[in-house]
Design a binder for this molecule. Structure first.
Ligand code: ZN
Length: 394
């Protein structure tokens, strides 16, 4: 018995020796799908995704190097657009940047996907399937007609909120609204998303909104870009209870690579935890509608003024979150939602989209099999999307 225990502990801690060939083979076969990328905030203002860029996290060259088979592009609508009733206008512009500046401009690289069948067909052709998800439920301006139009244009998930509590759902980013859940209209939004076949995305929502949506939705849900609160205590991450309950209904947590969602020291130096930083940044960003770069520069400037040192996360932190979710909820409950170009700080070893093979190597070294990695990279999210399509037909 002691021998067996010893053997087991040696196996559990010994890192497997993994060759470059194995990494390449497993990575390719896993057909990587990432459910959240904000390069759209850059393409909207003129960034050419076909250029080999030295800034940001995403371009075609790096997506290819990273071995992507599908990418959900974020149709991100900042809260400021809700305040002056221009959220729908902004949403339409963001949809257009995916359709026009990314897909139409580079038809040899991208094709727009609407269904699981589309994703499977497009990746067999060697192209990258492009999909769209709305970030911020205020995009529908409290009107189901707008929601239906967005679906018709190709939107396949929507986060019920962004960092702001809207008229029908509470957000994790809103201290006052953090305890708010879904209103009766909010529940109607979830039901209409189910009926259409649009995935319910609970990233950014308050805990109460999560539990309300879980109760109402007839399809499994996803967190398109959230990590585990047990390892990094920020309201944007999910508690173990939430992760287990999401998984029990067939859902998936797509791990976010933002330093401040992976690593507690990084979180403590972020506006999510540091009240002085949050207050100063909120004041500086009131009605902010600028680019992500301007936002990140502002955050850096405020952090410097307050003498707060930026802390980084590592590839090992990302692996720890994946591993934690697998341990508490199973291998079917986890995926990848990197949030590239939506965050300023990305982990050492996962700096941009081209670095994804590093994650494959780290998972193999930890003992994950090729089949496990395929579940994490594509099978799990495809299952949620397929179940959402099925629920819509019933
Ligand atoms: Zn986000």
């Amino acid at each position: 018995m002691i021998l067996r225990l010893l053997l087991f502990s040696t196996l559990a801690f010994a890192q497997r020796n993994v060759t470059d060939d194995e990494v390449a083979r497993v990575h390719k076969a896993a057909l990587l799908i990432d459910t959240h990328n904000d390069v759209t905030s850059r393409t909207l203002t003129g960034f050419d995704i076909g250029e080999n860029a030295s800034t940001g996290h995403t371009d075609i060259h790096r997506l290819r190097k990273g071995g992507y088979s599908a990418q959900f592009f974020a149709v991100y609508v900042a809260a400021a657009f809700a305040n002056d009733h221009s959220a729908a206008n902004r949403t339409m512009q963001m949809i257009d940047t995916v359709r026009h500046d990314i897909v139409e401009r580079y038809p040899q690289t991208f094709e727009l996907a609407y269904t699981v069948a589309d994703i499977e067909r497009i990746r067999r052709s060697g192209k990258i399937a492009a999909l769209m998800g709305i970030e911020g439920g205020h995009a529908i301006e409290d009107n189901l007609r707008l929601l239906r139009n967005y679906y018709a244009l190709g939107i396949r998930y929507m986060t019920l909120t962004h960092s702001n509590t809207n008229n029908w759902a509470g957000s994790s980013g809103d201290i006052a609204g953090g305890t708010k859940g879904l209103t009766p209209f909010g529940k109607q939004v979830v039901k209409e998303m189910n009926r259409l076949g649009m995935m319910i995305d609970i990233s950014h929502v308050s805990d109460k909104t999560f539990w309300d949506a879980l109760e109402v939705s007839t399809a499994p849900m996803l967190a398109s870009h959230s990590s585990a609160r047990a390892l990094c205590n920020v309201p944007r991450n999910m508690t173990d209870d939430m992760i287990k309950a999401l998984a029990k209904k067939g859902g998936v947590v797509q791990v976010n690579f933002a330093c401040s969602f992976l690593n507690q020291a990084a979180a403590n130096a972020s506006p999510f935890i540091n009240p002085a930083l949050r207050a100063k940044l909120n004041a500086a960003l009131k009605d902010f509608k600028g680019s992500a770069e301007e936002l990140f520069a502002k955050a850096r400037e405020v952090r410097k003024q307050l003498g707060i040192k930026e802390e980084r996360a590592t590839l090992a932190d990302a692996v720890a979150h994946i591993d934690h979710i697998v341990k508490i909820a199973g291998i079917d409950a986890v995926g990848i939602g990197g949030d590239y170009d939506g965050v300023d700080c990305t982990p050492d070893g996962l700096e941009d989209v081209s670095k994804m093979p590093n994650l494959t190597r780290a998972l193999l070294e930890k003992g994950y099999t090729a089949a496990d990695i395929k579940k994490i990279y594509s099978d799990n999210i495809l299952r949620v999307m397929r179940e959402t399509e099925k629920a819509a037909r019933h």
